[in-house]
Every structure is written in C-alpha cells, then in structure tokens.
Design a binder for this molecule. Structure first.
Ligand SMILES: O=P(O)(O)OC[C@H]1O[C@](O)(COP(=O)(O)O)[C@@H](O)[C@@H]1O
Ligand SMILES: [Mg+2]
Ligand SMILES: [Mg+2]
Length: 334
C-alpha cells in the first residue's frame, strides 16, 4: 500500500486535540451520516433495476415541491442511521415540515442535525450526480425550543458541515472548522478513506455556474455580470442542476456559483439552513466567500427553519467580480 489509509472516524478524532467525549460523539455522528450516505449510494446504484428508486411519490413536500421517491428514501435513511444513537436530538430536513425527535426523549443538550437529504433530485431520473448536505448545530440553551427558536442560529455557529456526493465515486466532504477534508468511499472496504486534505479553493477560477434560463427575471446587476462573462475571455459555463455538484467543482477548481433572487422571488430558491449555510461554512474554511450579494451567508440570523436565500459562492476574486457588477461598477475585478 502506497500511503496510509485514514478512515473518516479516525480523521475526525484526530481533528480534536484530545480524546474527549465530544471528539467521540463527533466521530460517531460523522460515522452515522456516512452510513446514511452508503445506504443512499447503494440505492442510487440500483436505479433502473428496482422499483421505487425512480419517479415521484405523489406527495408535495414542505417546500411545495414534488417529492421524488429518492427524496423520501434519503430522508428515511438519515432517520434510520441516527435513531436510537442518542447523538442527535432533532433532525431538521427539507422533506419534513417539523423536525423529527431522535429518539423522542433525548436530552436537549445533544446536537441538532439539519439536512437536505437529496440535493438535485431532478437529476435522478437522468442518472446524473446528486448529493446530501448536512449541518450540525448545538441548540441554544437560553432560547426556547418552542418554534425551534433555539435552532435559529447564524451559520457561523455551525459545529460541522459537509456533504456527500453521489457521482462516479461517492465522496464525503466535511469540516469541523479546521479546514475542509474529502473522503472517497472504497466499496470493497465499505469505508470512506481520506482522499484530499486540506482542500483550498483557488483565489480565482474559470467557471461560472448559474441557470441562465432565468436571465429575464434577474435584476440588472446579475444580468450585467452575465453580459460581462460573455464578453470576457477566460470564463466557461458549467451547470448541472444539483447545487452540491456544482459547488464541489468550484470548491476544488475555483469559480463562482450563483442562484440569485428574481423580481418575483427576491429570496431565491435555495434553503439557508441546510443548503446555503453549510456550503458557505465549507467555502470559507477553504478560503472562499459566500454572500447574498449584500451580506455574508454565515451572518444571517434565520427567521425560520425553511427560509430561502439568494446565494453567490466561490473563489474570492470571482465573487468580487459579481459584487462589483451588483454595485454597478463598470470595471469588475481585473
Ligand atoms: O432548476 P433550477 O431552478 O436551476 O434549480 C436547481 C437548484 O435547485 C436545487 O435542485 C434544489 O435542491 P433539491 O433537489 O434539494 O430541492 C439545487 O440543487 C439546484 O441548484
Ligand atoms: Mg437541495
Ligand atoms: Mg433536496
């Protein structure tokens, strides 16, 4: 073997200075998240072979969106992986109006997990990359649990964040505030093995990633940025329709991802607490930037669990170019 095989749970333990109960809890939690990821990856690998892996459930989720069979499966996979472990007191999910208690009587001092169980689910029926996004918070002791007030914390309070990407290989990327690290699932071992650490986002990249089908609905600043990249050499367009996959490319190779608000929906489409904030946490840990266009994503104090937010995220220089266009500057970053 050419190099040390470092598993996810050992890596998490190494991130802590001593072998404390907290370190063990985090290691165990990441391990259970990884287990949910393995279940989802296995199911996705059977798409087209088994019933129920493709298509819709016929239900509409809390977002008012059509729920896919895999959205439902992925949500249940996280619940199954975490229930009875005592590691997480509440699970907030894109697929559930109110958080699940895991288990019913668990202590409130435990952690809360927020997830987009399957991001980019419209990609599934075309056999394209999707992912799961997660964020870990400690409920605030001085805030009431009623209406989940204790969970409505800015993204800077996240204790950990990450995602699992179901692509040509299955990858888990995470941070506990000490850099960003990536693991690849070795199917023969059934373990996530360290593959890149630490990940640093280049100061600038060539990719811009946004759904240009909405061009007419954007404000002038965003339209100006798009006109600017069309005129300029050195930009190339990539958009997969799965935020987590588009973000992963930019995290590794640089560039900028945008999902702006529109005139009709200024808040945009993406969810703050389990899409934008965890990816913003990773972006900043890797040296990048995440903003709504007017404020840092990580500074936003959420008003509700399922709040939406515009997102501009990626390499420092590319994000500055977008901000310059939003401010009407004729000369974006050189
Ligand atoms: O089709 P659009 O409007 O470009 O939206 C794509 C965006 O919507 C999302 O699919 C929303 O995620 P879900 O699949 O979790 O609902 C993002 O992943 C993606 O960036
Ligand atoms: Mg999503
Ligand atoms: Mg989803």
């Amino acid at each position: 073997m050419s190099r040390d095989v470092l598993t996810l749970s050992r890596h998490v333990l190494q991130q802590f200075e001593s072998f404390t109960a907290e370190a063990q809890d985090f290691s165990a939690l990441l391990n259970r998240i990884a287990l949910a990821g393995k279940m989802i990856a296995r199911r996705l690998g059977q798409s087209g072979l088994i019933e129920d892996a493709l298509g819709i459930t016929g239900s509409i989720n809390v977002q008012g969106e059509e729920q896919k069979q895999m959205d439902d499966y992925a949500n249940r996979a996280f619940i199954r992986a975490l229930e009875q472990t005592g590691l997480v007191c509440r699970l907030v999910s894109e697929e559930m109006k109110t958080p699940a208690r895991l288990p019913e009587n668990c202590s409130l001092s435990r952690l809360a997990l927020l997830i987009d169980p399957l991001d980019g689910s419209s990609n599934i029926d075309a056999n394209l990359t999707v992912g799961s996004i997660f964020s870990v918070l400690r409920p605030l002791e001085n805030r009431p649990e009623a209406d989940n007030q204790d969970l409505l914390q800015p993204g800077r309070n996240q204790l950990a964040a990450g995602y699992i990407l179901y692509g040509p290989s299955t990858q888990l990327v995470y941070s506990i505030g000490k850099g960003v690290h990536s693991f690849t699932l070795d199917p023969s071992l059934g373990e996530f093995i360290l593959s890149q650490s630490p990940i640093r986002t280049p100061e600038r990249g060539s990719v811009y990633s946004l759904n240009e089908g909405y061009f007419c609905q954007w404000n002038e600043g965003i339209q100006n940025f798009v006109r600017y990249v069309h005129r300029r050499d050195g930009y190339t367009s990539r958009y997969s329709g799965a935020l987590v996959a588009d973000f992963h490319r930019i995290l590794l190779q640089g560039g900028v991802y945008l999902y702006p608000g529109t005139q009709k929906k200024p808040e945009g489409k993406l969810r703050l607490m389990y899409e934008a904030a965890p990816l913003a946490f990773l972006a900043e840990q890797a040296g990048g930037v995440a903003t709504t266009g007017t404020e840092s994503i990580l500074d936003i104090v959420p008003q509700s669990l399922h709040q939406r937010v515009p997102l501009i995220i990626g390499s420092r220089e590319n994000v500055m170019e977008v901000l310059n266009c939003l401010q009407g500057s004729p000369s974006p970053h050189p």
